[in-house]
Design a protein around this ligand. Structure first.
Ligand code: DAK
Length: 257
C-alpha cells in the first residue's frame, strides 16, 4: 500500500484506513482509490473486523480527485479508464464505514465521505464540490448525494458556486453526524464504531443494506446521468482551461465552449 495506511485492529473489531498523500492534501489518484477498494474488500471478508473508519489527517480528508492526473484527459480517456468501477465497488462494502473528517473534504473527497455511512467531523472540516471552478461538475455522486443530504437549494448553491460548507453548517444540514474539536474527531469516530461493533454483525449488515436501499432506489439512474455529463465536460475547452489553470497556479479564463 503506497498511498494509504491500514490498521486491521486499530481497536478490537475496528479497522482504520488512513489516506496518506499529505503533500497533495490526499488528492485521490487512481491507485489510492484502488488501494482503498482492496482494503475494504479484505475487511469485508475478515470476521475480526466489525466496523471500518476512513480518515485523512488534520489538514485534509481529501481535496478531491487528482486534478493533475485528469487535466489532459479526453472524454473517451475518462470513459476507458473507468474509475467508476472502483468507486462502485467501494460503495458496495457490506460493513459499516465511518468517515472521520478534518480539514478539506472537497470534490471527490466530499463524495468519498458521503459514500461512507456516517461522518464525524472536526471543527475545522470544510465540505464542498468546487468542480465548477475548474470547468467540470461532480463525477462521483456529488449532484445526487449532496442534494439528498442537504436539499436542492443548498446543493444548487454549493455546486454552482463551489462554495465550502463549514463543519457547523454541514451538521445543521444533516450531512454529518457530529462535530467535535479537532483533537477529538478520530476518538469520537472510534467511540461510535465501538458501539456499533457490540451489535450483531448480521443485523448491522442487513440494516445498512436496507437503509441504503431506501436512500439509493433511484440513485443508479441519477449516477448514470451525472456520469454522462461529467464525461461530457472533458470534451470542453473550459475543462482543459480550468484544470490547467489549477496546475499552473493561475486564474482560469472560461470561454463557454
Ligand atoms: N488534485 C491534485 N493536487 C491537489 C489537489 C487536487 N485535487 N488539491 C490540492 N492539490 C495539491 C496542490 O496542487 C499543491 O501541490 P504543489 O503545488 O505543492 O505540488 C498541494 O496539494 C497543496 O495545495 P495548495 O497549495 O493549493 O494548498 P492551499 O492550502 O493553498 O489550498 C485547497 C487548499 C484545497 C483550497 C486547494 O488546494 C484547492 O483548491 N484544491 C483543489 C480542490 C478541487 O478543486 N477539488 C475538486 C477536484 S475535481 C471520478 C471520481 C471523482 C471525481 C471525478 C471523477 N471518477 C470515479 C471518474 C472528482 C473530481 C474532483 O474532485
Amino acid at each position: 500500500m503506497e498511498f494509504i495506511k491500514v490498521t486491521e485492529q486499530y481497536q478490537p473489531g475496528i479497522a482504520l484506513i488512513q489516506l496518506n498523500r499529505p503533500k497533495e492534501l490526499n488528492a485521490l489518484n487512481k491507485q489510492l482509490m484502488e488501494e482503498v477498494r482492496d482494503a475494504l474488500q479484505a475487511f469485508d471478508k475478515n470476521d475480526q473486523v466489525r466496523v471500518i473508519i476512513i480518515t485523512g489527517n488534520e489538514q485534509a480528508f481529501a481535496a478531491g480527485a487528482d486534478i493533475k492526473q485528469m487535466a489532459d484527459k479526453s472524454a473517451i480517456d475518462m470513459l476507458l479508464i473507468d474509475q467508476f468501477s472502483t468507486w462502485d465497488q467501494i460503495r458496495k462494502t457490506k460493513k459499516p464505514i465511518i468517515a472521520a473528517v478534518s480539514g478539506f473534504a472537497l470534490g471527490g473527497g466530499c463524495e468519498f465521505a458521503m459514500t461512507c455511512d456516517m461522518i464525524i467531523a472536526s471543527e475545522s472540516a470544510k465540505f464542498g464540490q468546487p468542480e465548477i471552478k475548474i470547468g467540470t461538475i461532480p463525477g462521483a455522486g456529488g449532484t445526487q448525494r449532496l442534494t439528498k443530504a442537504v436539499g436542492k437549494a443548498k446543493a444548487m448553491e454549493l455546486i454552482l458556486t463551489g462554495r465550502f460548507l463549514s463543519a457547523e453548517e454541514a451538521h445543521f444540514y444533516g450531512l454529518v453526524n457530529k462535530v467535535v474539536p479537532v483533537e477529538m474527531y478520530l476518538h469520537e469516530a472510534v467511540e461510535l464504531a465501538k458501539e456499533i461493533a457490540r451489535m450483531s454483525p448480521v443485523a448491522v449488515q442487513l440494516a445498512k443494506e436496507a437503509i441504503n436501499r431506501s436512500f439509493e432506489t433511484q440513485l443508479d439512474e441519477g449516477l448514470a446521468f451525472e456520469r454522462k455529463n461529467f464525461y461530457l465536460t472533458f470534451a470542453s475547452e473550459d475543462q482543459k482551461e480550468g484544470m490547467n489553470a489549477f496546475v499552473e497556479k493561475r486564474k482560469p479564463e472560461f470561454k463557454g465552449r
